[in-house]
Every structure is written in structure tokens, then in C-alpha cells.
Design a protein around this ligand. Structure first.
Ligand code: GLN
Length: 486
């Protein structure tokens, strides 16, 4: 059952080939069997999942169904889930039971999807390897000695290992696309404002966006239809109707203009990834796509710009974790200041502290103009680069990550080398554009390689269309890793 796509599962449920309870039990059993080697879940909500599955079975029996009714899924542990621990992979929230549901959680509940549990991630979504989790790293199912990518490493590993057919994730600077690439699955980061951020614990509010981790683009289209849309509780969510993404998946690619940014295809790009992309480009050309070189001249400024803007916003967002209202509180504080200092000092991990310090410094009087304001100006230039490019092409194609999955521990002592691995993903978030990572091949070591597709604002439909047509011609997305029992 776990090799079926969401569409196939939906058909199976409606034809009564299996029930939602059976399907949910099947995935829960796989989690039990394989997740001790992967650590992709922080919390497994077995009882709740089975109760939701029973309710879905009743709906199916009553003929009152939508396309997702009864299909189990998992949420990144950054989405607030009422009555269920929502930790953001931090000691700070290890005792936090969310009192309400994120809008995304509400919507998927309403769609009838039982929740299997909450997936592992980098603490407060800061990282590119999932090694910054309070609960220990998630492991890449293709090679458990390697990272699954981050910050949504648990969601990517769980979908790749077929422990869930779909997981939510968030992307502030690449956290959907990079782990999707490193784990060989399909990740979609929608346009900023497309999916509500209400109840999604904030890292960098002007960059954060929720999205999907699935096996293929067809499934991504289906779940995005259920997740997206205006939410009056999120002032940055945009009032735009949600298209029927599934209906344009098969549109012809004849004459589609695909841009290759010359700044992405340099000698720094690993040759194996380059050759995988060259082959993938041919597949699109065979379908009538026209390839042309474009330029995104400010690409080299994306890493320094992001690593000012994101820490600045996080230093402000994370000030709410003060040991007073919720979350971790230190023992026996001597006074209020001691309470703040020790609660935060004891509960935040090293990377989170590093970012809070960088951000506080960048926002401080005297440095604000030099760092934060400058970064905002460059952010504007980066958006302009894309605007220019989309005058010439329909989609932009490139790598997702400069390398395939790296070994656990390989970059933990060198935060700058970790930051540099975000080079191809950050600029999209700075501009607010949608992007996807889809499986495009394997390295000689049999590690997945992803291909990134970047679309214009609110053009998720085009990305899904290109990805789907590519997946009709290739079967990279169907390869699944061999799992070891934990
Ligand atoms: N790797 C980037 C960072 O560490 C992006 C994280 C994300 O998208 N949440 O900030």
C-alpha cells in the first residue's frame, strides 16, 4: 500500500479495497518498524490517527468524501496541533502542548486526513541538515550515515521512506526544497502568502512559507489545493483564488521557455549534479521546451543578505520565549532577569543562539543601516533580477544544492560552509517566489539529485505542470530506498 500515490490511495479507499483504519495502521506499523533508524518523527500520535481514520471510514461509508478523505499524513513539528506536543525540535517547547491548530492543520483535518504524527526538523527551522534538533538528527533513508537535509529533514526522510504518503514542511531559505532533493522526493514551496502562516511557529516571518513533501507532483497539486488560500488570521496571506492545480498538470510544454541562470551553472557546481541536470534538460527539450541562458546577477549576494534578514527577524520572533508564559522555565530563578537569562540560555541550542546574537547585533542602533537596511536594499535587487528574468522565460531551472547528502557531522563545526550550501535556494525566499525540487537522478554513490524549478508569483500551476510532465517521462521519483529495521 505504501508504494501507492495519494491518487491511488484515494481510489483504493473509495473502491473499499482497504479502509482508512487499515491504511493508517499500515503506516503506523512501518513507522514502528523503521523509524528508530531514521528518527524522522518526534511524536507519533497513534490513537488520534486511528480515531481520525475511523471517522474518515464513516464519512466514506456515508458517501461524503473528498479526494483526501482517509489518507494519513504527517505534520512538521513547527505547525501547532491542538492537544499535541508542538516542539519545533527545541528544548524550549519540549513541554508545549499547542492550545489551537494552525490553519494548515485545520484545513487538512477538514479534508479528512488522519495525522500520524509530528516530524523532526532543525530547531526553530534553522539549519540545512536536521542536526540542530533537540531530539537528535533525522537520518537519510538512502544512507543513514548521511543527513536528510534541513530544516524539514524529518518530513523528507519520512516521505522518502514511505512512512507517510505526504508531509507538510516549511521553507524559509530552502527547507522544503533542499531536504526533498537530498532524500529524492518532490518538494513544493509556494509563493509567499499562498499558504497561511497562522499557527506555524515563526522563524523569519517575511520569508517563511508552508508547503508540501510528496512522492510526485500530481500528489503535490492535490494537497496544495487543500492547504492553500486566503486566511484572515494571517495578514500576509493573499486574497487570491486557489486554482485547480490538478487540471493543468498535463498541459503541453511545447514552446515553454525555460531559463538557466548562468550564475547557477558555474564551475562550483558539482559535475555529477551538472550532468544529471543536463540529462533532465534534454527530457524537457524533447517535450518542446525551449532552453535559454538567463542571468540573475545578484545571486552571489543571496547568502549574506539572507543571513542578515533571517537572523534579524528570528531575534525578534524568538523574544517571546522568555520562560514566563509557556515553554521551558529554569529552576529556582533568583529574579526576573535571571529567569529570562537562564530559561533562554538553557533551552535554546547553539545555532539558535548564534542567530539571535547575529540578528540582535544587526538590528542594534548604529548597525541597523549598515546591515539590516543594506540587506533589505539588496533583497529588492534580487527580486528585480527575477522580475527581469520572468520577462524572458516562463520557468527557471537549476540545481537545488551544491552537493548530494553529506555525512552526519561533516559540516557541524563550520556554520559558514553549512550556510553556503543554501546558495541556490535562498534567493527565491528573498523574492517571495514559488519553487520546487523534483528527483532528477542519482549520483555514482546512489544518492538522489534534485532539480529546482522556479516560477513567477502565484504560478505554482506552471511548476506542477512542468514537474508532472517530467515525471511522466522519467521514473526517478518512483525509486525508494531500501530500509533497515531499527
Ligand atoms: N538552511 C536555511 C537556514 O538555516 C533555511 C532554513 C529554512 O528554510 N527554514 O536558515
Amino acid at each position: 500500500m505504501h508504494n501507492k500515490t495519494l491518487i491511488e490511495l484515494s481510489k483504493g479507499l473509495q473502491a473499499r479495497e482497504f479502509s482508512s483504519v487499515e491504511l493508517t495502521q499500515h503506516y503506523l506499523q512501518r513507522i514502528q518498524q523503521y523509524d528508530s533508524a531514521l528518527n524522522s518523527f518526534i511524536t507519533v500520535t497513534e490513537d488520534r490517527a486511528l480515531a481520525q481514520a475511523e471517522a474518515a471510514d464513516q464519512q466514506i461509508a456515508a458517501g461524503n468524501v473528498g479526494p483526501l478523505t482517509g489518507i494519513p499524513m504527517a505534520h512538521k513539528d513547527i505547525f501547532c496541533t491542538e492537544g499535541v506536543k508542538t516542539s519545533c525540535a527545541s528544548k524550549m517547547l519540549d513541554n508545549f502542548i499547542a492550545p489551537y491548530n494552525a490553519t494548515v492543520v485545520e484545513k487538512l483535518n477538514a479534508a479528512g486526513m488522519p495525522m500520524l504524527g509530528k516530524t523532526n526538523m532543525d530547531e526553530f527551522a534553522m539549519g540545512s541538515s536536521n542536526e540542530n534538533s533537540f531530539y537528535g538528527p533525522a537520518h537519510n533513508p538512502w544512507d543513514t550515515g548521511r543527513v536528510p537535509g534541513g530544516s524539514s529533514g524529518g518530513s523528507a526522510a519520512a516521505v522518502a521512506a514511505r512512512l507517510t504518503p505526504f508531509a507538510t514542511a516549511t521553507d524559509t531559505g530552502g527547507s522544503i526544497r533542499q531536504p526533498a532533493a537530498l532524500c529524492g522526493i518532490t518538494g513544493l514551496k509556494p509563493t509567499y502568502g499562498r499558504v497561511s502562516r497562522y499557527g506555524m511557529i515563526a522563524f523569519a516571518s517575511s520569508l517563511d512559507q508552508g508547503g508540501t513533501m510528496t512522492v510526485n507532483a500530481e500528489d503535490a497539486a492535490l494537497v496544495l489545493e487543500a492547504m492553500a488560500g486566503f486566511d484572515e488570521r494571517d495578514s500576509t496571506s493573499l486574497e487570491q483564488a486557489v486554482p485547480n492545480y490538478s487540471s493543468t498538470l498535463n498541459d503541453s510544454l511545447e514552446g515553454l521557455k525555460v531559463g538557466l541562470p548562468k550564475e547557477f551553472f558555474t564551475d562550483d557546481l558539482n559535475p555529477e549534479i551538472r550532468s544529471v541536470l543536463d540529462e533532465a534538460i534534454k527530457v524537457l527539450e524533447q517535450q518542446g521546451a525551449k532552453i535559454q541562458e538567463i542571468s540573475l546577477p545578484n545571486t552571489g549576494l543571496a547568502v549574506p543578505t539572507y543571513y542578515v534578514v533571517a537572523p534579524a527577524e528570528c531575534s525578534s520572533n524568538l523574544s517571546r520565549f522568555d520562560g514566563v508564559r509557556f515553554g521551558y522555565r529554569c529552576d529556582n530563578p533568583s529574579d526576573l532577569e535571571d529567569l529570562y537569562k537562564r530559561s533562554r540560555g538553557e533551552a535554546f541550542g547553539a545555532e539558535v543562539k548564534r542567530r539571535i546574537m547575529i540578528g540582535t547585533y544587526a538590528l542594534s542602533a548604529g548597525y541597523y543601516d549598515a546591515y539590516y537596511l543594506k540587506a533589505q536594499q539588496i533583497r529588492h535587487l534580487i527580486s528585480e533580477d527575477f522580475k527581469q528574468a520572468f520577462n524572458e522565460v516562463d520557468v527557471i531551472l537549476g540545481p537545488v544544492s551544491p552537493s548530494t547528502a553529506f555525512k552526519l557531522g561533516e559540516k557541524t563545526d563550520d556554520p559558514v560552509s553549512m550556510y553556503l550550501s543554501d546558495i541556490y535556494t535562498l534567493s527565491l525566499n528573498l523574492a517571495g517566489l514559488p519553487g520546487m525540487s523534483i528527483p532528477a537522478g542519482f549520483s555514482a554513490e546512489k544518492l538522489p539529485v534534485g532539480m529546482q524549478l522556479i516560477g513567477n508569483y502565484f504560478d505554482e500551476a506552471k511548476l506542477l505542470n512542468v514537474a508532472h510532465r517530467f515525471q511522466q517521462e522519467t521514473n526517478w521519483h518512483q525509486s525508494a530506498p531500501e530500509l533497515v529495521e531499527g
